[in-house]
Design a protein around this ligand. Structure first.
Ligand code: PHE
Length: 448
């Protein structure tokens, strides 16, 4: 089948904003935000993170969306069509590779969430807890086979949505899921905040311990989290930007998405930390927070068996809309280069990612003996993608839009005009954004 002549377009601004928030809100806001904040001491981390979202994440998001909208090409051609020939024509691959790498392990964790949702709804999750959830979780991820099945199911769902098209698939799924997820996370926060002893959790999230500012690790973690949670550096916003109409007010849309994403993470933090503190869990429990600590809390709390399925539905559905955006960006390249239909590209790319992700799915089971740079496969892919590929792709976008695209074209493409906002945006992209990313990149590579 050949590429439809008409490039697809969002049905409405609201549809675009909801789909893009759907992309941004995901495991990063719930599973990752909670444990990274927990590990980095809470409130101070939150402040640095917010500063990075505003000064680095938002300008980059605007740049990516505008690259997509201006060129209406896939995330690789977007660069080449503005700077034909030469190296710029190929740099877009960094973001696409990052998207594929992220999706390969993200789908595994999304599969864990789906398994817990099904178990919590059907009751097996509560019956199985004899030896505690540490043993339960270890048994599940170590039991070869099962994680692959759940990972495959999540990828199948994502392929169905992406294959359905921009309007009938992506926009439709986000338009009913995102308002529902917002209501769920608010409801969970209200429940958690009424638990006796919850105040400590709130204090953890909001009362800063300034001494943490002296730790360089904090900045790396905060930038990594800002990139991951917003979803910049992964080609996604170039693809989603290409469906934007020329009249949409792009900076307003991007700011809404950044605000929505951050608010969502904070509210999710307000659902998680008060419960963790009230019930004596460890906020710095690491990646297992959502899969060991939380089920334990749910099991021990009255009403936990009702809240449980709701929480894991939230986690699975939030992960799904993010997977949709990653799969859409990765398959856009296949659609444009190979002339594949949407359905075909979504299915085949999802299959390829399924295969690529299998080692991650097995990395705590039959492949537990294999380590990459001292970490299990899944953790190593996560670290390489989140701490290296994403910042690198972000750096490329900043340098390209900041320095390579003619100034006026860049500013008007973003819908910012000649005023102060446009000047500030371009300056941020030219100097502070690349500098901050470069410093942190060098540090996380151990060169600084
Ligand atoms: N931002 C998503 C999250 O917070 C993950 C994601 C990354 C989605 C990159 C799309 C692109 O979970």
């Amino acid at each position: 089948m050949s590429e439809p002549r008409q490039h697809e377009q969002w049905g409405s601004n609201l549809g675009f904003v909801l789909a893009t928030i759907g992309s941004a809100v995901g495991l990063g806001n719930i599973w990752r935000f909670a444990y990274v904040t927990g590990e980095n001491g809470g409130a101070v981390f939150l402040l640095v993170y917010l500063a990075f979202v505003l000064v680095i994440g938002l300008p980059l998001m605007i740049a990516e969306l505008s690259l997509g909208r201006t060129t209406r090409r896939d995330p690789v051609q977007a660069f080449g069509s503005l700077a034909p020939g030469g190296a710029w024509a190929h740099v877009g691959w960094v973001g696409v590779v990052a998207a594929v790498a992220i999706l390969s392990f993200y789908s595994v964790i999304a599969g864990w969430a789906l398994k817990y949702f099904v178990g919590a709804a059907g009751g097996t999750l509560w019956e199985a807890a004899g030896g505690g959830y540490g043993a339960y979780f270890d048994g599940f991820i170590a039991a070869s086979g099962e994680p692959i099945v759940w990972q495959g199911l999540m990828l199948l769902l994502a392929a169905l949505v992406v294959g359905g098209g921009v309007n009938q698939g992506i926009e439709r799924a986000s338009s009913w899921l995102m308002p529902m997820l917002a209501a769920i996370v608010l409801g969970l926060a209200v429940v958690a905040l009424t638990l006796p002893g919850s105040a400590e959790g709130v204090a953890f999230l909001f009362r800063p311990d300034w001494s943490a500012l002296a730790k360089p690790g904090l900045y790396i973690a905060a930038l990594g989290q800002a990139f991951f949670s917003l979803g910049v550096g992964m080609a996604v916003f170039i693809a989603y930007g290409s469906y934007l109409s020329p009249t949409t007010r792009l900076p307003v849309g991007a700011a809404t998405v950044a605000l929505g994403d951050t608010t969502f993470a904070i509210v999710a933090g307000l659902a998680i930390f008060p419960a963790v503190f009230a019930l004596g869990g460890d906020p710095a429990a690491g990646p297992q927070l959502a899969f060991i600590t939380i089920p334990q809390i749910l099991l021990e709390t009255p009403g936990g068996r009702i809240v449980g399925p709701v929480f894991f539905f939230l986690l699975s559905a939030a992960a799904l809309t993010s997977m949709v955006s990653l799969l859409d960006a990765a398959s856009a390249v296949a659609r444009h280069r190979l002339g594949w239909s949407r359905r075909r590209a979504a299915t085949l790319v999802a299959l390829a990612i399924f295969a690529l992700g299998t080692p991650s799915a097995l990395s705590y089971g039959v492949l537990a003996g294999v380590s990459l740079g001292g970490a299990p496969i899944l953790d190593a892919v996560d670290a390489a993608a989140s701490n290296v590929a994403l910042p690198l792709a972000g750096l490329i976008v900043a340098l390209f839009v900041g320095w390579r695209v003619p100034r006026l074209q860049a500013v008007s493409g973003a819908g910012l005009g000649r005023g102060t906002a446009g000047r500030v945006w371009l300056w941020l992209l030219r100097v502070p954004v690349p500098l901050a990313i470069a410093l942190i990149l060098l540090h996380s590579l151990g060169w600084l």
